[in-house]
Design a protein around this ligand. Sequence first.
Ligand code: SF4
Ligand code: SF4
Ligand code: SF4
Length: 572
Amino acid sequence: VHNRLFDPADFSGKNVLVVGGGDSALESAIALAGCGAKVTVSYRKPEFSRPKPGNIEKLQMLEQDPKADVQVERPSSERVTTAFTRGMVKNAPTGSITLAMASTVTRIEPDKVTLKREDGEEVVLPNDDVFSMIGREAPLDFFRRSGLHVRGDWRPVTWISCIAFLLFCVALYHWKSNHPQEFPVQRWASQAHAFPYNIPKAIESAGGRIAQWSKSEGNFLFTLKRGLGNPSFYYTLAYCTCVLVFGIRRMRRRRTPYVKWQTLVLIASQWIPLFILPELILPWMGHNGFFEPGHPSRWVADQLFESYDGSLGHERAYWRAYGFILAFPLNVYNVFTEHPMWLWLGISFLQTFVIIPLIIFRWGKGAYCGWICSCGALAETMGDSYRSKMPHGPFWNRLNMVGQAVLLFALAILGLRIAGWTLGDDSWATHWYHKLFEGIPFLSYGWSVDIFMAGILGVGLYFWFSGRVWCRFACPLAALMHIYTRFSRYRIFPDKHKCISCNVCTSVCHQGIDVMNFANKGLPMEDPECVRCSACVQQCPTGVLQFGRYDGQENIILDQLPASPVLMREGK
Ligand code: SF4
Ligand code: SF4
Ligand code: SF4
């Protein structure tokens, strides 16, 4: 049994079984039959779906006419190590190809093989050699039976660590956000004066200059002390630090200008609106009179960050600054407010219905998901090592629809919110808005979507299912963006002649896209799930893929920012 084809002429006149349905199997069968072997191709599915259309066509031509003029000048599979041309077969007998679709091999003996067909019937064929060209499907069962651990298999320790991390995320997200109906972790911590609620007092009782400064409202230490007593300070600081540290590691591992600029933009777009503005600069401004009555910035502050201390306006809802990068309906809190916050409504409308559609039209959904959004920032940096853990296949593709259900849920609540504002606080609309948004334990939008799906599952499954679980399956903004992507000119363009069907591009895609299926057929990749992470382009060993777009006349315009190390070496 062979798993590589070196010289097809060695098998001239022999009975050969080729097992598999990819390019390796088809190119082997064509070369063997062309050199005079009597080839049977056994494939477990009823039809070929993965090989290049050109290879399927050549195989079918040879099946109908063994003398058909076909050749494999440049095998795309690394397991077919020589080309096959008609010049190689001058004195060879005439070969043949027989297709045994939907069959499996049940027995291999020195001079015969047994195939089991879909209807259960067994067929015995004379045989001299078998080529097992099962492409990417490694003999995993054999490895397991041999006691080897297969990476990705779930063992007891995997289950235990995953469940433990999920429980940690349950505690973390209820400590960070106040959800007393489900798990009142934050209330417990606050009532017990536990971390971080005990930190401001600890600073004040430290004595010396630090204590003195921390009591003076205009001093930066006062602002810092207030922040250090708040869980969200630590959460956003940890989040941004992860993006920074793992972002630097990503730039060092993947040295392309695309990765460098993408990562730098991601780092800046997290640190400024998620931490520096809401935890440091804005509170410091508040404590230094910038938002007091009569100050020119008072009006903007009142519109964007409502006051917690009445007309004084020193303490405000600065966390709303997250809305500068997190658009509705990913971030619903600046839209689902007690009374309309018109400036936030304007900003959210602009982001969701004007800016995002425009950038998607030109650069694709990834211009937001891969370059700006916080979830994307963590997935591309901390999640960089786990991208190949995203499961692929039809079952998982069907789950992509969850995001549409979440989007409908968000839009229904938006409708109730607008109706409630119009009909008044005592109306049925306001009643149902409160119930659906935060009133029903475990089922309300605030808990089931924001805490459970985005937080607990989205982060809790990071190390076992990649960093894009929330993005791929459940994000309501992504579901909306998939409508916009229908009009996008963005594509990933392949050079199919260079594709060796190695599947690297598919396996590193943490949005579950079968990139190879586009690449080896020469089709532009236009899957709306693509977040422009560049992993497929960057890791393709032969430089097949390039980011680009169509202009209005179906001409291809390739991106100028280099993303493929192979093309950079080739000077393209
Ligand atoms: S899919 Fe949603 S959460 Fe993920 S990066 Fe895009 S907008 Fe952000
Ligand atoms: S197709 Fe490529 S660029 Fe798009 S998400 Fe997948 S790996 Fe990233
Ligand atoms: S990584 Fe490159 S060579 Fe390999 S299958 Fe994908 S496009 Fe083809």
